[in-house]
Design a protein around this ligand. Structure first.
Ligand code: NDP
Length: 826
């Protein structure tokens, strides 16, 4: 017998990892308490929940079941700790986080085994991926704690953060949440998933070990209805960070609407795995294994939709079947096992239900010939072919080891199929032609795109979704902004709270006076209405009425009348009518959204071109400076000098965003692999926006300019009280080479129009600068398609102040980061 014969005939030999140290640790700590203020305490209810080992269905541990009283206690502890932790120097926080990272490494094997026992995932994955990445997240964010004061000047921590995590990567999700929160000086109350609490409890022990101050990290085990919901609604919580299902994310969006709580949501996905015919098919097969059978497919960014170019589909499918036949499924603690157990009987049933539905809907199902273990919750790798793109299994997140495959002919068709989903979390693209791959990657609507690789994660490179996959990023510098807010906000709000007359102010200035201070010609023209000029040669023309001006709406580059056929009066501060604007309705908004979509080519144009157009708008605005200033006076009654200041500020703002258009570019990350990650700032798409009343021109320009500079198209509702400065702008746009549909203006009742925009499924983000109630409505309605929102909760900002009203915050709200992973080397 030679080596080759031995290799061919060699039997598989199990290589089990011992569970003894982990079981011993569990035994010593049973039953587990809650971790509040660095103490282990019993839950208020005295109840416990059972944790099950999904690989054998046997009880593993008893964990405390917290309720709302425990949430109160944990939030109070976190609030008290925030006072000092938020003021602790970055270097000191960095030392604590460095210590956490070190201790995770010291306990790495215990954590890996615990995770496998509790979740059912293989030891190979917990040992080689989950736990190393957990440590990496704490190291990486220790660095950001150190650098916060120099790299994020003008920002401060948000406060107490409620964090809710799922069961698929229990400790890794904890790290993704806790590391950036602590680095930025926040304190946290974290709820692990009901099924998988054990590594979070071991983490709590590490928190004690490293001597993190009491109350900085609090961990509450228990059920969603008792702990999760109470945390979401708790008035002492300043931010919620959630990872889980889109349905729960939507509920959380609704529950926090109008509360002013910051929110980040990392939700589900149905990620495409796109294979072009020049791809290396053997590598693709291994990629598919990683994409959909890693963690039993219970991965939010699992490559669950295989899209293959038609001419290689048969060949790839047969190679895949051969590989599937050889996958090993079984005891997660066996180091040679490829697939472990499904987390719970409920999840297993859901997978079975969706697979049965796929068969019913006519797709062809294929599974390997071998059988799954009979004890525990296992499901075999499953492949569907002959799948139609509209069927349930092609659209719904199955969250199990189930791959659906479809074919395409051209790159354009591949992109269309890839984007045929309500989600947008991740994608991978396989081709030996890097030009093709780099052309396709930006066209796929997803937060991460992996080229010739899949399921790559690193702390340096942000992760998060588009569309119904949620908003916000975890990791990278962009992830830090989820845990800070501009320092001026708190300053400004306390100033506003202390003003005695209750009038809205900005930067200490009254926003709108009552007395127009203009005289002579200016007075007449500014008040324009009903001014007849006497005179004329020989008294022939005794008087001339002004020519009536009819500001229309502006949709698709055209001035249009309102669908309703109604107009609204615009009045000056003395309640004199100074003009009329169209009373926009649902239909006008829909037309405007359609026009904004049709103008999506704007994002594909060059940044240089966008900059040029913004400069040109500024140039044309300056030519009409006098007219715009008088219009402001007419509408607001503010002094003319103030109005000129506003026009000049608007021109300067246009210059700023023209400058930024080709400079807000993204970065290149160097994660620990041979390759790079291109973090690109992409336009969000169609942004609906409601302008503030305070500065009719500057408010409008301050919102429109950054959005279009970054490649978005917009539907703008101008100030309801003073819309004429915005409607005057369309003549400026018309003479500035702005393509049709990039800016669309719908006048009318702000909150009613906003409701339509926020409800609209084809609007990708919504900005609102109006009342507290209106802000709440926008956040509530946005839950429909999980659009990103940016609202002011009724708080004014000083639009003249560049710290508050210009720059990075606006650019960040105008973009989303796409991380494109490009490994290299032969
Ligand atoms: P959920 O979204 O229900 O749970 C995620 C976390 O949220 C858990 O900690 C859960 O607590 C908590 N939670 C649930 N409901 C609420 C609520 N109303 N308020 C506050 N917190 C809440 O996911 P499931 O575990 O039920 O899984 C269902 C499906 O979700 C999966 O099949 C999959 O499709 C998707 N999913 C997506 C994930 C992702 O990474 N994007 C991760 C997990 C699931 P508890 O555990 O106590 O219920």
């Amino acid at each position: 017998m030679n080596v080759m014969d031995i290799f061919e005939t060699m039997e598989y030999g199990p290589a089990p990892e011992s569970a003894t140290p982990a079981l011993q640790w569990i035994k010593e700590h049973q039953p587990f308490g809650l971790f509040i203020n660095n103490q282990w305490v019993a839950s208020a209810s005295g109840q416990y929940l059972e944790s099950i080992n999904p690989a054998n269905g046997k009880p593993l541990a008893q964990v405390a079941a917290a309720n709302s009283a425990d949430v109160d206690a944990a939030v109070a502890a976190a609030r008290a700790a925030f006072e000092s932790w938020s003021k602790t120097p970055g270097h000191v926080r960095a030392r604590s986080m460095y210590a956490i990272a070190r201790h995770i490494q010291k306990h790495s094997r215990l954590l890996a085994v615990l995770e496998s026992l509790d979740n059912g995932k293989t030891i190979r994955e917990t040992r080689d991926l989950d736990i190393p990445l957990v440590a990496r997240h704490f190291y990486y964010h220790a660095g950001w704690a150190q650098l916060m004061s120099s790299e994020l000047p003008g920002f401060e921590p948000v406060g107490v953060v409620g964090q809710i995590i799922p069961w698929n990567f229990p400790l890794l999700m904890l790290a993704w949440k806790i590391a950036p929160a602590l680095a930025m000086g926040n304190t946290v109350v974290l709820k692990p998933a009901r099924y998988t609490s054990l590594t979070a409890l071991k983490f709590a022990e590490i928190v004690q070990e490293v001597g993190l101050p009491a109350g900085v990290v609090n961990i509450l085990t228990g059920e969603a209805s008792q702990v999760g919901e109470a945390l979401v609604r708790h008035p002492g919580v300043n931010k919620i960070a959630f990872t889980g299902s889109t349905d729960v994310g939507r509920n959380i969006r609704r529950a926090t609407a109008g509360s002013g709580k910051k929110l980040s949501l990392e939700l589900g996905g149905k990620s495409p795995f796109v294979v072009f015919d020049d791809a290396d098919l053997d590598s693709v097969v291994e990629g598919v294994v990683d994409a959909i059978w890693f963690n039993q497919g219970q991965v939010c960014c699992a490559g669950s939709r295989l899209l293959v170019q038609e001419d290689v589909a048969d060949s790839l499918i047969s190679k895949l079947r051969v590989r599937m036949e050889k996958l090993r499924l079984g005891d997660p603690l066996d180091k040679v096992v490829d697939m472990g157990a499904i987390v719970s009987p409920g999840q297993l049933k859901e997978i079975q239900r969706l697979v049965a539905q796929g068969v019913e809907e006519g797709a062809d199902m294929w599974q390997p010939s071998w059988a799954c273990p009979t004890e525990g919750y296992f499901f075999p790798p499953t492949l569907f072919t002959n799948v139609s793109p509209a069927t349930t299994i092609a659209q719904v997140e199955i969250f199990g080891p189930v791959l659906v495959s479809m074919t395409f002919r051209t790159p354009a068709e591949a992109v269309a199929l890839a984007n045929n989903t309500r989600y947008g979390l991740a994608a991978s693209v396989w081709s030996e032609n890097i030009n093709l791959a780099l052309d396709v990657a930006p066209k796929i609507k997803a937060g991460s795109v992996w080229i010739n690789c899949t399921n790559m994660f690193d702390a340096s490179s942000g992760f998060g979704g588009y569309r119904e996959s949620g908003f916000g990023r975890e990791g990278g510098k962009e992830g830090l902004y989820e845990y800070v807010r501009p320092a001026w906000e708190a300053r400004e709000r306390s100033k506003q709270a202390s003003t005695t007359n209750g009038a809205a102010t900005a930067g200490g200035k009254a926003l709108h006076g009552t007395q127009p201070v203009i005289s002579g010609d200016d007075d007449e023209q500014a008040n324009g209405h009903n001014v007849w000029r006497a005179g004329g040669e020989n008294g022939v023309i005794a008087a001339l009425p002004p020519i009536d001006r009819t500001p229309k709406m502006f949709i698709k580059g055209k001035q249009v009348r309102p669908d309703s056929g109604y107009s609204r009066d615009v009045v000056d501060p003395q309640q004199r009518v100074i003009g009329q604007v169209g009373d926009g309705n649902r239909k006008d908004v829909r037309n405007a959204v359609e026009a904004a979509h049709a103008a999506s080519g704007w994002a594909a144009g060059t940044t240089h071109n966008r900059a040029q157009i913004l400069y040109y708008i500024a140039e044309n605005l300056e030519i009409r400076e006098n007219e715009f200033a008088r219009r402001i006076v007419q509408q607001t009654g503010r002094p003319l000098a103030d109005a000129y200041e506003e026009v000049q500020a608007a021109i300067s703002r246009l210059f700023s965003y023209a400058a930024w258009a080709d400079k807000y570019e993204g970065v290149i990350h160097r994660p620990p692999l041979r390759g790079v990650v291109l973090a690109m700032n992409e336009a969000i798409g169609v942004i609906g926006m409601a302008c503030p009343d305070e500065y009719p021109l500057l408010g409008f320009i301050s919102l429109v300019a950054p959005a279009i500079a970054m490649g978005n198209t917009v539907v703008v509702i101008p100030s309801q009280r003073s819309p004429l400065s915005a409607t005057d702008c369309y003549q400026v746009f018309e003479t500035s080479d702005l393509p049709d549909g990039v800016v669309n203006i719908v006048t009318g009742e702000r909150d009613a129009l906003c409701q339509v925009l926020a409800d609209h499924e084809d609007v990708d983000a919504m900005w609102y600068f109006g009342s507290a109630d209106g802000s709440k409505q926008v956040e509530l309605a946005s839950a429909g398609n999980m659009k990103r929102t940016w609202v002011n909760y009724g708080h004014a900002r000083n639009w003249l102040d560049t710290e508050q009203s210009e720059g990075e915050e606006f650019l960040r709200e105008s973009t989303q980061v796409k991380n494109i992973w490009v490994p290299y080397g032969e």
